[in-house]
Design a protein around this ligand. Structure first.
Ligand code: NDP
Length: 308
């Protein structure tokens, strides 16, 4: 029985070290050196090989090294092989940090002050209490649910939107297409944290922007495919939106001539909102292998029909 890692080899070396400590009896290989392929039961990959089951005829679980699985070609994975995405504390903490930074920088006009400093301009703008700012998160999954309590702690008025009804202390929860309008109407800073699926592709479009209060801000930390870029530019240029923080794009890297690079109302980062951390990722994977062996459900199990 062995484990193969197929993603960034530098991080793979770190995985190997942590894995040896957590599960010393399980041989760990870094692709393309896979040992005896018939022994491989577990594969952790960003992109699995095209001939997955020929390469690893006895595979039992495919672990995705990222939190999203939208980049995977699910047709190469037989129904009998569970796909487990990365739900680990390192990714969650990174996302909480990034979203907090983005929301606070919008709330406290940080971009304006950076520009004013360059101009030696000592103009003070009114500081609004956080309680007067309404934050809304699209997606109440492992990331959305972690981000909201942190934002609540500053006093923001918080809401979330999911596919099925959910409950969270102190958070106004909305669900489904029917409640989308009411959710957007009360949201001044919108954070996109839904997975990219057929039903969420292009969700950040003109119709959605028009449904937000005029001058709202948008933070996209989901996937580039959620955002209709031309609609965002139009909304920023005509005042429908006041600001956007864009961490994910389609394509990545964003072409050098793209207007987001220089737009005064856009902060652009190169898909770094969060990253899988080798130590906590190994903890999550090892815990899941143990759960599988005990017959308990693994954490982060993907429902292929749902697409997340
Ligand atoms: P989860 O699968 O845990 O949660 C997804 C949430 O989105 C759920 O609340 C789900 O609703 C909701 N959702 C899904 N589809 C719909 C829909 N059609 N309508 C309404 N709600 C929907 O995902 P995570 O929180 O772990 O991650 C979310 C995404 O964040 C990832 O898929 C990835 O794209 C992105 N990400 C980005 C990173 C970055 O660095 N920029 C890093 C890590 C992740 P319900 O609860 O009802 O099922």
């Amino acid at each position: 029985m062995s484990f193969v890692y197929k993603a960034d080899p530098v991080r793979g070396a770190e995985w190997a070290e942590f894995f040896a400590r957590k599960m010393p009896d399980m041989p760990f290989h870094i692709w393309p050196d896979v040992g005896d392929a018939r022994d491989v039961r577990y594969l952790a990959a960003w992109q699995p090989p095209a001939n997955l089951m020929t390469d690893f005829p006895n595979l039992e679980v495919l672990f995705c090294t990222g939190a999203g699985i939208d980049h995977l070609d699910l047709s190469v994975v037989p129904d009998a092989i569970p796909i487990v995405r990365m739900v680990e504390t390192g990714i969650v903490s990174g996302m909480v940090e990034y979203v907090t930074l983005a929301v606070l920088s919008i709330h406290r006009d940080w971009k304006t002050y950076l520009e004013q400093q360059r101009e030696r301009d000592w103009t003070a703008h009114r500081v609004r209490p956080a309680s007067s700012r309404r934050v809304g998160v699209l997606g109440l999954g492992s990331l959305g649910r972690a981000v909201l309590p942190r934002l609540q702690s500053f006093g923001f008025s918080c809401a979330g939107w999911s596919r099925f009804p959910q409950q969270m202390d102190g958070v106004d929860c909305y669900a489904g297409a029917d409640e989308m309008g009411a959710f957007l109407k009360r949201t001044d800073i919108l954070i996109c944290l839904v997975p990219l699926t057929d039903s969420t592709r292009g969700i950040l479009d003109k119709r959605l922007f028009d449904a937000l209060p005029r001058g709202a801000a948008v933070i996209n930390v989901g996937r580039g495919g959620h955002l209709v870029q031309d609609d965002l530019l139009q909304a920023l240029n005509d005042g429908t939106l006041s600001y956007a923080v864009v961490d994910v794009c389609e394509p990545e890297p964003l072409p050098r001539h793209h207007p987001f690079w220089t737009h005064p109302k856009v902060t652009l980062t190169p898909h770094i909102a969060s990253m899988t951390q080798p130590e906590t990722a190994v903890e999550a994977v090892v815990a899941n292998i143990r759960r599988l062996k005990e017959g308990s459900p693994m954490i982060g199990l993907v429902d292929s029909a749902r697409g997340y």
